[in-house]
Design a protein around this ligand. Structure first.
Ligand SMILES: Nc1nc2c(ncn2[C@@H]2O[C@H](COP(=O)(O)OP(=O)(O)O)[C@@H](O)[C@H]2O)c(=O)[nH]1
Ligand SMILES: [Mg+2]
Length: 282
């Protein structure tokens, strides 16, 4: 049977955010449906889909549009859930814009998410200067695209840029995760080496010196049972059948107590001596 293969490589939820009348719904419709309707009011929660190719990968964009709740100055937290990126839209033909306010909303609900700044209605007379937008884009750290849903200009570019941003983040996140894993592995290997050395020659690091007398007590427990930790006691500690060798016994002790403080270690030794029927003064 052929393995199931999704018809896309990545599904990204993109959000349209911005004040009422900015041009969000028209931009979404232009991108997803290829149409422009002067009145494209939205009823109910709404999203549209568009599949496109990028650097050899098939991206399925799920473009979510607000349904008028932006009228109240904020969008619900749920709207942001699982989002891969935001198109922060404003109207180029209006003197006023609320980009800072909407960015606050975005950062409150989805801190650090990829955002692209979109100046809508570029076919109309511009009321916000290029300089002001450049400053805003630089200060926010968001790339900027101008669109006209009416003339179909810049529309693909807006979504492509946002997708690029998401993809580059994805690669960076993956690289960082790999680096963290490698560092963790290296730290663990180093710790194992230090432990091994400590067992072999007693060279415990300064913050582990309380293990030295405890280790002596642990060895003496072993000697107290004539070099044989009975199988029934051994199975409490290690998943090994039969009796424990001194080497395994000591190795296990160091492993178990490496990050414990003195009281904890003493408590364990007392418990084990009881189990072995020995009276060991730690
Ligand atoms: N000329 C022009 N008008 C636009 C454009 N995009 C949207 N509009 C108009 O601006 C108004 C608000 O657009 P809409 O997409 O509903 O804004 P929303 O509230 O942000 O979803 C509508 O009357 C649209 O016809 C555009 O690119 N050019
Ligand atoms: Mg709308």
């Amino acid at each position: 049977m052929a393995a199931y293969r999704a018809p896309y490589d990545y599904l990204y939820k993109f959000l349209m955010v911005g004040s009422i009348g900015a041009g969000k719904s028209c931009l979404k419709n232009r991108f997803c449906k290829g149409t422009f309707e002067a009145s494209c009011s939205t009823v109910g929660v709404d999203f549209a889909l568009k599949t496109f190719n990028m650097n050899g990968e098939t991206i399925k964009a799920q473009v979510w549009d607000t349904t008028g709740q932006e009228r109240f100055g904020t969008i619900t937290h749920a709207y942001y859930r699982g989002a891969a990126g935001v198109l922060l839209c404003f109207d180029l033909s209006s003197e006023k814009h609320d980009v800072a306010k909407w960015n606050k909303d975005i950062q409150k609900h989805a801190k650090g998410i990829p955002v692209i700044l979109v100046g809508c209605k570029s076919d109309l007379e511009r009321k916000i200067s290029v300089e002001e937008i450049a400053t805003m884009s630089r200060e926010l750290g968001f790339a900027y695209v101008e669109t006209s849903s009416k003339n179909n200009s810049g529309v693909e570019e807006a979504f492509t840029k946002l997708t690029e941003e998401k993809i580059s983040r994805r690669a960076a996140e993956k690289a960082q995760k790999a680096a963290e894993e490698a560092a963790k592995k290296a730290a663990k290997a180093k710790e194992e080496e230090v432990k091994k050395k400590a067992i072999a020659d007693g060279s415990f690091p300064a913050d582990r010196t309380h293990l030295v007398p405890a280790l002596k007590a642990w060895r003496s427990l072993y000697e107290g049972v004539d070099g044989k930790i009975p199988a029934d006691v051994a199975k409490h500690f290690m998943d090994v059948p039969g009796e424990l060798t001194m080497e395994a016994w000591v190795g296990f002790f160091v492993d178990m107590n490496w990050n414990s403080d003195k009281d904890e270690v003493d408590g364990r030794i007392a418990a084990v001596s009881g189990m072995l029927g020995l009276d060991t003064d730690v």
